[in-house]
Design a binder for this molecule. Structure first.
Ligand code: HEC
Length: 149
C-alpha cells in the first residue's frame, strides 16, 4: 500500500519534471511577453494624459514608471539562448547576434524609467520626460521585434 502510493507519486513527479522540461522554454517566452504586455497596457493611461484626453495624475504615472523599471529589469533574464523560437515569439534572431547591444538597450530602458521617477514631479516635467521613454519602445522594436501583419 505504502509502496504503491510512493510509486504513483514517483511516476507523477517524473511526468511533472518531463512536462516541465518541455515547457520551460515556452515559459520564459510567455514571461517576457507578459512583462512587455504589462508595460504596453500600463502605458495607455500616461499616453492619454499626454494627448490631453485624460487629466494628469502623478501617482498613475509614477506607478507605471515602476512597472517599466521592474518589467525591463526582469526582461533582462528572459532572453536565454534556448528561447530563440517557439511560444509564438516575435523576438528576432538579431537579439542573440548582438546580445550586448540588446541587453544594453533593455538596461538603459530600466535605468531611464528609474531616473524618470525622480525627474517627473508635476505635469510640466511629465510632458517633458515621458515622450522620450516612449521613443525607446520603437527604438528597440524596430531592430529586435518582428512586425505582425
Ligand atoms: C530593449 C528592447 C525593448 C524595449 C526598450 C521595449 N520593448 Fe517591447 N518588446 C521587445 C521584444 C524583443 C518583444 C518581443 C517579445 C517576444 O515576442 O518574445 C517585445 C514585445 C512587446 C509587446 C508585445 C507583448 C505580447 O503580448 O506579445 C508589447 C505590447 C511591447 N513590447 C510594448 C513595449 C512598450 C510600450 C515599450 C516602451 C514603453 C517597449 N515595449 C519597450 C523589446 C523591447
Amino acid at each position: 500500500m505504502g509502496f504503491r502510493i510512493k510509486a504513483a507519486g514517483a511516476l507523477a513527479l517524473a511526468l511533472i519534471i518531463g512536462a516541465g522540461a518541455a515547457w520551460a522554454q515556452g515559459d520564459v517566452i510567455s514571461q517576457r511577453k507578459a512583462a512587455m504586455k504589462a508595460i504596453g497596457d500600463g502605458n495607455r493611461a500616461p499616453a492619454a494624459m499626454l494627448r490631453g484626453e485624460a487629466p494628469f495624475n502623478l501617482s498613475t504615472v509614477q506607478a507605471q514608471l515602476k512597472v517599466i523599471e521592474a518589467s525591463a529589469t526582469s526582461a533582462l533574464k528572459l532572453f536565454p539562448d534556448n528561447s530563440k523560437t517557439g511560444g509564438d515569439t516575435a523576438a528576432l534572431p538579431k537579439i542573440w547576434e548582438t546580445k550586448a547591444d540588446f541587453d544594453g538597450k533593455m538596461r538603459k530602458f530600466a535605468d531611464d524609467a528609474k531616473s524618470a521617477q525622480v525627474k517627473i514631479t508635476d505635469e510640466a516635467s511629465f510632458k517633458q520626460e515621458f515622450p522620450a521613454l516612449l521613443k525607446t519602445c520603437g527604438g528597440c522594436h524596430t531592430d529586435y521585434r518582428a512586425r505582425r501583419s
